[in-house]
Write a protein that binds this ligand. Structure first.
Ligand code: BV8
Ligand code: ZN
Length: 277
């Protein structure tokens, strides 16, 4: 039982059950696949209690992403940006991986040729990898984090990275965290809108997708580029896209199979080996 078995996970409307025939076809494709790349978005963390960006009650429903997740916003008003990220850090710290994260981690640990690529910055895939590895080597299930990690700090001056603190005083600019090396303001180590993704990380994600037989896309609106194009690399290589989402996305028309339902319910049904207890 993953941590989700011990922690609280969020019951979400799982929508109508995915047709058994589509699920069986997707299961067969995954089992026959030599190489698999999973690309995840905020939807896979919804059942852990982390609001998505664009859905109802989402993180960005109340303001535009450019208002906070952008270098200009940090330049203009670092205090408000830190207030939002400190709040998100606190929220995430109280959440645990859910059965969707756990099933992906078990597949990667079992199957050996599975790469998890995530747009999420919440670190839940890493926590699921460590829990599911049960003291063994979690590395095969550690994700490629294309948008960075919210629990790491990055110096806005000299680029030094450090573990993010959970007790940031956001009452004034003067109390915001500063770099011990150059005294510039620290920022969360995430990729903001208008910022380039790390070339090495992005090339790794596209290269793995370009070698995959199946790209399993779970919980993303497929609106944010260049991450949204990663699954297309699998198609160009002759592989197939299998989508898990509560609704249609721009990727749905590219998917050989698109399963409607929640990642927390569908991924264990799709991925867990037959002989799992
Ligand atoms: C770049 C980190 C170039 C920060 C994030 C026009 C103007 C300006 C820019 C652009 C433009 N057009 C395109 C761009 C580029 C822009 C972009 O794509 N904008 C979009 C909005 C149009 N991209 C960029 O700016 C990127 N950089 O292009 O740089 C460049 C090149 C060289 C030199 C300089 C610059 C940088 C993009 C990265 C932005 N950072 N996050 C933070 O988190 O605070 S993006 C943010 O969105 C998150 O990372 C998130 O993961 C990502 C994608 O969102 P989703 O994960 O898909 O989440 P969403 O809420 O949208 O959807 C959830 C889905 O889950 C839904 O489909 C829902 O149905 C489903 N769901 C819900 N519950 C469940 C579920 N599914 C299954 N089970 C459930 N239970
Ligand atoms: Zn510095």
């Amino acid at each position: 039982m993953g941590a989700a078995g011990m922690g609280r996970t969020q019951a979400v409307n799982q929508g109508p059950p995915a047709p058994a025939e589509a699920l069986a076809r997707a299961r067969a494709a995954v089992q026959a696949a030599g190489r698999i790349v999973a690309v995840t978005g905020a939807g896979i963390s919804a059942e852990s209690g982390i609001p998505t960006f664009r859905g109802a009650g989402g993180l960005w429903r109340s303001f535009r992403p450019e208002d906070l997740a952008a270098p200009e916003a940090f330049q203009r008003d670092p205090r408000t940006v830190w207030e939002w990220y400190a709040w998100r850090r606190g929220l995430i710290a109280a959440c645990v991986p859910n059965p969707g994260h756990d099933a992906l981690a078990r597949l990667a640990l079992r199957q050996g040729h599975t790469t998890i690529v995530t747009q999420n910055v919440d670190g839940l895939h890493t926590r699921a990898a460590e829990i599911q590895a049960g003291g063994g080597d979690p590395t095969p299930a550690i994700p490629v984090e294309v948008h960075g990690a919210i629990d790491r700090d990055l110096c806005s001056g000299c680029g030094v990275r450090s573990p993010g603190s959970h007790s940031i005083e956001v009452s004034s600019v003067e109390t915001l965290p500063r770099c011990v090396v150059c005294d510039a303001l620290l920022r969360p180590d995430v990729i903001w809108f208008g910022e380039a993704l790390e070339t090495r990380v992005l090339s790794q994600a596209f290269s793995m997708a370009g070698q995959a037989d199946v790209c399993l896309v779970a919980g993303t609106s497929a609106l944010v580029h260049p991450a949204a194009s990663i699954p297309l690399a699998t198609l160009e290589h002759g592989g197939m896209v299998v989508e898990v989402n509560m609704e249609d996305t721009p990727l749905t028309r590219h998917a050989a199979i698109s399963l409607r339902g929640s990642a927390g319910a569908l991924l264990p049904a799709l991925l867990d080996a037959d002989d799992l207890p």
